[in-house]
Design a protein around this ligand. Sequence first.
Ligand code: DGT
Ligand code: CA
Ligand code: CA
Ligand code: ZN
Length: 581
Amino acid sequence: MTNAEIAAVFDEIADILEFQGENPFRVRAYRNAARTVGEMAESLEHLVAQGADLTQLPGIGKDLAEKIKTLVETGRLEQLDKLRAQVPESVLQLMHIPGLGPRKAAALYKQLGITNLEQLRRACQEHRVQKLRGFGAKTEEAILRGLQVAEVASKRILWAEADQFAQEIKAHLAQVPGVEQLEVAGSYRRGKETVGDLDVLVVAEDSDPVMDRFAQYHAVAEVLLRGETKMSVRLHSGLQVDLRVVHHQSFGAALVYFTGSKQHNVVLRSRAKQRGLKINEYGVYRGSEYIAGRTEEEVYATLDLPWIPPELREARWEFDWADSGRLPKLLELKDIRGDLHMHTNATDGKATLEEMVQAAKQRGLKYIAITDHSKRVTMAGGLKAEELLAQWEQIDQLRKRFRGIHILKGVEVDILERGGLDIDDQTLAQADWVVASLHYGQNQSEDRITGRIVDALAHPAVCAIGHPTGRLLGRRERYAVDIQRVIEAAAEHGKFLELNANPLRLDLDDMHCALAREHGVLIVISTDAHSTEGLNVMRYGVLQARRGGLEARHVLNTRPWSQFEKLLWRARGGKLSTGKK
Ligand code: DGT
Ligand code: CA
Ligand code: CA
Ligand code: ZN
């Protein structure tokens, strides 16, 4: 158990005791212990292993020292389990609302029978709370605001959003004299599609100037905690950012530790144990002797592992791959040569056809497909067959003017609710590239939805399925679709599946990409751009593909044009593809 975990246990005990109206001195003893433990630089695990006398620590008596020992050795404390059983979990949530705390939560529970957040909100809105002793109109408003903050804080944010903060914070802290190294770890570094909080790691001899500067970051709303080596803030957006200042000899170990994932770290610890070593955020130790920790490479090497890319650190396949020398050479943004899903102002895009081509060329793309919506997507002003044909004539004109980029005549054809495609076969046969997407009838059964998609894959004109699960992160669940069957159908027909790079979609996800890879189905990573700037989201798709373990060879649009053309020709049954100039 880490110091932070032990501190959290003491804090929770204090919360529950206070909620139960226990003796304030007893409550304070646990709070003090939590603070002492939370701010200690040295690991308690380490101290316990060395048989150190913990009662020397401020605020730690015999009883607490014993509890620390139990926690380190067993990972549990019976006392906490018993306390938790005495209070419903939803009530425990109440006391973590900013502006409430255990005592006020207890009053609400006892006097108004409030046991969860929803009841609390209603009681505030009905002004029942302000009538209680010790509460007033102001408290009531504060609780409502607190509920909002808690809601925001409990929400994970998109990686792309987290990235903006991460970049800013790095630039902000890099200016502190004495900062030797600086990295944002955690799920952010692993490229997870959503991020719970940011974990910033800094190497500096003196932590004070770093922390002072951190507190001045413009987006900081509140400093939640500031200790010797660790600090936490909440941003106005609700996002929490944790900062650790470490010694350079621990940087690699801390980077491994705070990059996670937790499951990956669990495996690392057991590998260390097998080798008679101990690994924590300070380094790798043999007994009490420090043997590594400066760099990640050095840390992994002590466990007979090569350096593992952060995107793979989920305790999925990375250890098998590493042990057998099969770690992939992951895809990179510079491998991408084409973009095969984008819209123009002929439907719901913002830019003209020509502007999109121009912007794609500026970004160094060698081939693109223009894929406006078909008519069924009325909200987006989808195109009828003759409108598509007219657009393709325009493309013929543009091809004469733009050198060095292949412009494919494409369409994002809707997969209809009743099955089948929204554009007639004869027109589709004249397209160079057809993405089929499902926008309507998303509440149908898994069987029907899967059937619609599998049928689309069997259609000779269709090249790829767009955003195959339809999810919108944090907003809309994916529809019921059997991805296994979709991948098998794609494999059978030699078709491609999209990884939509829009940070709100990232659809297919990492696990699906890995499954497609296993079945030999090529992924096409597309921006689905609705503006020229929309072309910039490609990097989010690349990150997701990396998490799925994809290499350049697993992705269709990394291929040079000549190879791409052959693959496309094959996917369409050896017919068509007139995209060549
Ligand atoms: P998030 O923030 O929910 O998106 O996910 P993470 O992975 O960034 O998790 P976070 O911020 O709680 O912790 C960052 C890393 O630090 C985590 O991936 C592994 C390590 N870590 C944090 N807390 C613990 C813990 O209680 N036990 C262990 N073993 N590792 C932890
Ligand atoms: Ca985190
Ligand atoms: Ca964190
Ligand atoms: Zn689209």
